[in-house]
Design a protein around this ligand. Structure first.
Ligand code: NI
Length: 169
């Protein structure tokens, strides 16, 4: 089932998400819905708070569903390593229509649980590293816009305010 994606301005996006303590049938359904919602958007990643559930779960698929081995589901992720630096354009399904250049570590290693509840690690560079950090940010109540400074950030927030006032956000 597709779930509506919350947009910047919704308070759930600003709350630190809670850890998952058991993979119940409800969590399993939530994960199925998150995958379907990500593919339908389409997007390369989605975190549970974006569909209004404040739990530490994200899904990522850099292939947009084309490669069946590319789908990653991670529960309760934690950074194990972060190194280097990359500057790339980034966007978010909760901030549709906007992108900005965001500085991120070049490589990350993230540890968490898969949907069977087994621990595994993901080692990513480039776009995967960026996506992993972007999704963990969502769980810690941070959107990519919050990582911008000065004019870049103000410009996006001002445009969104205008769209909001016009009922277009
Ligand atoms: Ni996002």
């Amino acid at each position: 089932m597709l779930r509506p994606i919350l947009r910047l301005g919704d308070s759930i996006l600003c709350e630190p998400a809670r850890a998952v303590d058991a993979i119940t049938p409800e969590i399993d359904t939530l994960i199925d819905d998150m995958i379907a919602t990500m593919y339908a958007a389409p997007g390369i990643g989605l975190a549970a708070p974006q569909v209004g559930v404040s739990l530490r779960i994200f899904v990522i698929d850099l292939s947009l569903g084309k490669d069946p081995t590319a789908l990653q589901v991670m529960i309760n992720p934690e950074f194990v390593e972060r190194d280097g630096m990359q500057l790339e354009e980034e966007g978010c399904l909760s901030v549709p229509g906007f992108t900005a250049t965001v500085a991120r570590p070049r490589r990350v290693v993230v540890k968490g649980l898969n949907r069977q509840g087994e621990e595994y690690t993901l080692d990513g560079t480039g776009l995967l590293a960026r996506a992993l950090q972007h999704e963990v940010d969502h769980l810690n109540s941070c959107l990519f816009v919050d990582r911008l400074r000065g004019i870049a950030r103000d410009l996006i927030l001002r445009k969104i305010k205008k769209l909001s006032k016009a009922g277009q956000w």
